[in-house]
Write a protein that binds this ligand. Structure first.
Ligand code: SF4
Length: 212
């Protein structure tokens, strides 16, 4: 069954790569620290909106110390349009303090250390490790991945950590990031929550949840 599922995943990658050959992260960043901040802001918000906000934000706040010396209310104001701004600002301020105190102003490069930063879970840690440190440690399990992996019958788990573990076993580590970006692109454009466009989906004759 595992072997069949691996073949199935290869087929999914092959089909999706035809419509999204250059699938990659859409958040804009120029350092691991900027990507951590952008990924925190992207929770419950579109990458497009985050990119608008970070264009100004990253000019104003260049280092963790810039967030530390700025009053919390001012950070909240600067990120307000991304939603859930109070929580996000609190996490950003706390993680800036931890990065300065524990990691000499640098974002740590291990999943274990990253996930100990305030507001950083495995999803964000995998985003940063794969896009900034170029290591393949795990599939990025965001809301698109959870929904679509279930629709495709790749997992019946609901917990993100368990889903990641299952998916990691179904492909080569070199495919973790590309597979993640392909599924995220599919989730944004075709397999949209509540109204999947199965009629134009390249997976519609292999997906067990296809509506056609
Ligand atoms: S066939 Fe439909 S349900 Fe399956 S992945 Fe495509 S859009 Fe989603």
């Amino acid at each position: 069954m595992k072997i069949n599922k691996k073949t199935y995943v290869k087929n999914i990658i092959k089909r999706l790569s035809l419509i999204y050959p250059n699938a990659k992260i859409t958040l804009k960043f120029s350092s691991p620290f900027e990507l951590v901040i952008a990924t925190i802001l992207a929770a419950q918000c579109t990458d497009k909106r985050v990119n608008i906000v970070t264009e100004k934000l990253f000019k104003k706040y260049k280092t963790p110390k810039d967030y530390i010396k700025t009053p919390l209310q001012e950070i909240e104001h600067d990120i307000k349009s991304t939603g859930f701004f109070r929580n996000k600002a609190k996490h950003i301020k706390e993680l800036a303090i931890k990065i300065v105190n524990d990691y000499e102003d640098k974002v740590p490069d291990s999943i274990k250390e990253l996930t100990q930063l305030p507001g950083v879970g495995r999803k964000t840690a995998n985003v940063v490790i794969s896009n900034c440190f170029y290591r393949n440690e795990g599939v990025i399990v965001d809301t698109h991945m959870i929904r679509i992996a279930q629709l495709l019958g790749l997992t019946y788990e609901k917990d993100a950590v368990k889903i990641e573990k299952e998916l990691n076993e179904l492909m080569e580590p070199k495919d973790y990031l590309y597979f993640s970006n392909l599924i995220i692109a599919l989730g944004r454009n075709i397999c949209i929550a509540r109204r999947p466009k199965c009629e134009i989906c390249p997976l519609n004759n292999i997906c067990p949840s296809s509506r056609i």
